[in-house]
Design a protein around this ligand. Structure first.
Ligand SMILES: Nc1ncnc2c1ncn2[C@@H]1O[C@H](COP(=O)(O)OP(=O)(O)O)[C@@H](O)[C@H]1O
Ligand SMILES: [Mg+2]
Length: 304
């Protein structure tokens, strides 16, 4: 099955009553009270899991009910950042072995976790019944939380795309490195082609200084505008911060171990901006809709 076919059948599963994909997706998002944000990247090791864990805690501290889904099935490891070791998780739900209530793990600061790993990790592409169970699970999670944060694998495998299609918003993480940027652009291109109508946000991590962060963000946004007729919203610049690897080694969430460090502050800023901005439904190719956003890009980065 091609990626496009898979995304299509996923949407059909989501609502069997209509073939009008965009309408279905828009209706579902308009009705949703919770927000499902997929944190993704082109290249691996750019900080997705740390940002996901940080956002989860920052949002929880602001009174939000948060569930983190470890969808990086091959390299599932976000539980390590929370310093917990759940036995069961997403693979057991996808395979139909266990119900959701029994696998959700309550971690630090009231953040609940649907851990990854296990045998499903070996599967490159979900079977139809697995995809159906995943969709049902995602709907269940939405009912139990204000924010569902999905930590996806890097790149666009068909499984990653399945998770992206189940999210209302996408947060793409990149670093200023040319390789990470090229992969980030390739990911945006693939996602834009799918016309999922997902809000696209961009965070630049491991930024050396503000100028570098801004230049990186603007370059990527400009390229998207020129070649994809869409542009991601810049939601945050996160500095390179020696506290991050220290917290990782201690297996403590960054926001718990070093709440005042620059990276923790930047991640908290992203949480604030997420709370301030409602989920918006945009067309896959936003074109004119994003012209205003283009002009205000500089203004946005000056506030980060
Ligand atoms: N802002 C940062 N400053 C310094 N190091 C970072 C930062 N963000 C991430 N890292 C380092 O990068 C490594 C990979 O991060 P991780 O969140 O596991 O990436 P991913 O989930 O994208 O693979 C971490 O172990 C951490 O040491
Ligand atoms: Mg990760």
């Amino acid at each position: 099955m091609s990626l496009l076919d898979q995304a299509h059948s996923l949407r059909e599963l989501a609502n069997r009553t209509s073939n009008d994909v965009q309408a279905v997706v828009s209706r579902r998002r308009a009705a949703a009270t919770s927000r499902t944000i997929a944190i993704t990247s082109g290249k691996g090791g750019v900080g997705k899991s740390n940002i996901t864990a940080g956002l989860a805690i920052a949002l929880s501290r602001r009174g939000q009910r948060v569930i983190v889904v470890d969808a990086d099935l091959g390299l599932a490891n976000i539980h390590l950042l929370f310093g917990v070791s759940p036995i069961y998780g997403l693979p057991h739900v996808i395979s139909g072995q266990m119900p959701m209530e029994e696998v959700l793990f309550t971690g630090p600061e009231k953040v609940r976790l649907l851990a990854g790993g296990g045998e499903v990790a070996e599967v490159a592409q979900f079977a139809p019944d697995e995809r159906q169970r995943l969709l049902t699970a995602m709907k269940q999670l939405e009912e139990m939380a204000d924010f569902v944060l999905i930590d996806t694998g890097a790149g666009i495998s068909s499984n990653v795309l399945t998770f992206l299609a189940s999210a209302t918003e996408l947060l793409l993480v990149t670093t200023p490195e040319p390789t990470a940027l090229a992969d980030a652009y390739a990911t945006l291109k693939t996602v834009a082609k799918q016309q999922l109508g997902t809000r696209m946000m961009l965070a630049i991590n491991v930024v050396g200084n503000r100028t570098e962060g801004e230049a990186t963000a603007l370059r990527l946004v400009k390229t998207c505008r020129q070649f994809l007729q869409m542009e991601p919203e810049i939601i945050g610049l996160i500095p390179r911060d020696a506290s991050v690897p220290i917290a990782v080694r201690r297996q403590q969430p960054l926001l718990t171990a070093f709440p005042q460090c620059a990276a923790a502050q930047a991640i908290s800023g992203i949480a604030e901006r997420l709370l301030a901005s409602k989920a918006v439904v945009v067309a896959g190719r936003t074109g004119a809709a994003s012209a205003g956003a283009a002009k205000s890009t500089r203004k946005i980065t000056s506030r980060l």
